[in-house]
Design a protein around this ligand. Structure first.
Ligand SMILES: NC(=O)c1ccc[n+]([C@@H]2O[C@H](COP(=O)([O-])OP(=O)(O)OC[C@H]3O[C@@H](n4cnc5c(N)ncnc54)[C@H](OP(=O)(O)O)[C@@H]3O)[C@@H](O)[C@H]2O)c1
Ligand SMILES: *[C@@H]1O[C@H](CO)[C@@H](O)[C@H](O)[C@H]1NC(C)=O
Length: 363
């Protein structure tokens, strides 16, 4: 059974956020307004970035998620937005601005984690934007050293308080690896059998602190092992690496058949490979043909394959660029799909060695 999708337009810009002019100061206000509009115009055209010599911003003419699902429906009935801002490596004094830029361009979904170490700044930024809590989808992840059922709730509470909220829309087991409480390697029982951790998460759903629970970096064997238990709530998603270099065609086909939604992490290839991804000839060709950017081609491809896409950027104009996707004509979609699955798959993220475990976490 496939997750049902809905075809609703994402909100575009919701207009000016400046305060209305007071009568007495109308003239001054008009002058400031002109300067403001000019400034915003130049900024959005990428002028400030290229002028300041930081990052170049692309120009394109997309404003909606033309023809692609804006949401997927989870087993709970909740609708998860198909595009999220990724928050890994979104650094101090950057992540807040990125979140603000995201909310202002219409994002309704943030993908964070306790281990990213930036939840307090994310929470503060959300507070500044005044976005109603129910208008934003917040995901966080349970870190490896908190899998012991006795540690799960306090780990969740830490994320909740930093984010400044009393519930998460989605909480994931970040990795199938359970570390010991002191961070040392490793708790074999809870790694081989995550059911006790899962049962605790189900309890926290019933307590109202989490709306949906899921997993991340789980292979088929691990999902089958977890779901062989009498689960009260099945996993809502599996968040895994998916990009042009590691397209995960087999896991994607299996997950669709099984009815488990995938979320594509490192969708642009990740930090080290994004440049390479965006200069793949077929990606550039499609971008030129459709008048969109290479990043938009890639983000569109992900959602067209039926996954949530989680591009990360702390560059405001890229944040906005990444929200705008469009259905690729079938022929171009197939061309890109074929290119992605025609080379040796190469993972970008595998911390097994750095954790010092003597097996591959993906085996
Ligand atoms: N569950 C897990 O274990 C796991 C693991 C990895 C990632 N994730 C999630 O997935 C998210 C994304 O993955 P990721 O950060 O590894 O990689 P990514 O989103 O594929 O790539 C991020 C890189 O691409 C650049 N970029 C973003 N948009 C761009 C654009 N439109 N044009 C040019 N460059 C652009 C960013 O630069 P700037 O920021 O400098 O603009 C950054 O260097 C993470 O933030 C996290 O939420 C989860
Ligand atoms: C999951 O795998 C572990 C380790 O092999 C095993 O002990 C456990 O019984 C499995 N769970 C189910 C429900 O099959």
């Amino acid at each position: 059974m496939l997750s049902k999708v809905t075809y609703k337009q994402l909100p575009t810009h919701n207009g000016s956020r400046t305060k209305p002019c007071h009568r007495k100061t109308k003239g001054v206000c008009v002058i400031f307004l002109v300067i403001f509009v000019l400034g915003v115009g130049l900024h959005r055209a990428g002028f400030t970035h290229s002028f300041l010599g930081t990052r170049k911003c692309a120009s394109y003419s997309l404003s909606t998620t033309g023809g692609l699902p804006t949401h997927y429906t989870l087993p709970s009935g909740d609708k998860i937005p198909s595009v999220a801002l990724g928050l890994w490596k979104a650094g101090k004094n950057q992540v807040g601005n990125a979140v603000q830029a995201a909310v202002e361009s219409g994002y309704q979904h943030l993908d964070g984690a306790w281990i990213y170490g930036n939840e307090a700044e994310v929470g503060a930024a959300l507070k500044r934007t005044n976005i109603p809590r129910e208008d934003i989808w917040l995901t966080s992840k349970l870190w490896n050293s908190f899998h012991d059922p006795e540690d799960v709730e306090s780990a969740l509470d830490a994320s909740l308080s930093r984010l400044g909220t009393d519930y998460l829309d989605l909480y994931l087991i970040h990795w199938p690896l359970a570390l010991n409480r002191d961070g040392s390697v490793y708790n074999q029982a809870l790694t081989d059998d995550p059911y006790p951790t899962w049962k605790k998460l189900e309890e926290l759903v019933d307590k109202g602190k989490i709306r949906n629970i899921g997993v991340s970096n789980f292979n088929i064997r691990r999902i089958q092992n977890l779901t062989a238990n009498p689960l009260k709530y099945p996993p809502a998603v599996n968040q895994v690496e998916i990009n042009f270099w590691f397209p995960q065609a087999e896991l994607l086909a299996w997950s669709k058949e099984y009815g488990l939604l995938l979320e594509a992490y490192s969708p642009l290839g990740g930090d080290g490979r994004v440049g390479e991804t965006l200069s793949v000839p077929v990606v550039k060709e499609i971008a030129a043909e459709l008048g969109i950017t290479p990043a938009q081609v890639i983000n569109s491809w992900h959602v067209q394959r039926g996954t949530v896409v989680l591009p990360k950027s702390v560059t405001p104009c890229r944040v906005e660029e990444n929200l705008h996707i469009t259905k690729l004509p079938d022929e171009l979609f197939e061309k890109l799909e074929t290119a992605a699955i025609s080379h040796e798959p190469k993972r970008g993220v595998n911390p097994s060695k750095s954790w010092g475990i003597d097996f591959d976490i993906f085996d």
